[in-house]
Write a protein of this length. Structure first.
Length: 140
């Protein structure tokens, strides 16, 4: 198994750089035909959402959620903690917080936490979080 960096995954998904897309696509196809897997860790998924939402691409929440859901379905991609990612993407699709926030909540639940305490009110739609008094709309 080989790990993927965010930039390779972005080039593969967006196809915005023809030569880098060709290299990324070749890697995916060769790995798949050899029965191998490409590992996508949770940090890469967080970076992916930030890059896709950024000014260069400007994708909205439903499109980004669909991208991650499709990655979960493609056998050549081995996503770290698939159940946590699936839970986080479902919350992200319907919620207001960042994907990384929901992933933190899902990860903490999986680790045995009853919830995750936060000052970020955008996570209030998730049962994985308890918003503390004095909270604001963001953490900063």
């Amino acid at each position: 198994m080989r790990g993927l960096d965010t930039n390779v995954l972005v080039r593969y998904l967006t196809q915005d750089d023809p030569s880098q897309f060709a290299e990324a696509s070749k890697l995916v196809e060769e790995t798949e035909s050899a029965g191998g897997r490409l590992y996508v860790n949770k940090v890469v998924l967080c970076e992916l959402t930030w890059v896709l939402r950024g000014s260069r691409y400007g994708f909205d929440r439903p499109v980004i959620a669909e991208v991650i859901e499709r990655l979960l379905e493609v056998p050549v991609f081995e996503l770290e903690d698939r159940d946590e990612v699936a839970g986080a993407v479902a919350e992200y699709r319907a919620g207001k917080a960042d994907f990384a926030d929901y992933l933190i909540g899902q990860h903490n639940l999986a680790a045995g936490c009853e919830d995750t305490v936060t000052f970020d009110t955008r996570t209030g739609d998730s049962e994985a979080f308890e918003v503390l008094a004095g909270a604001t709309s963001t953490w900063a």
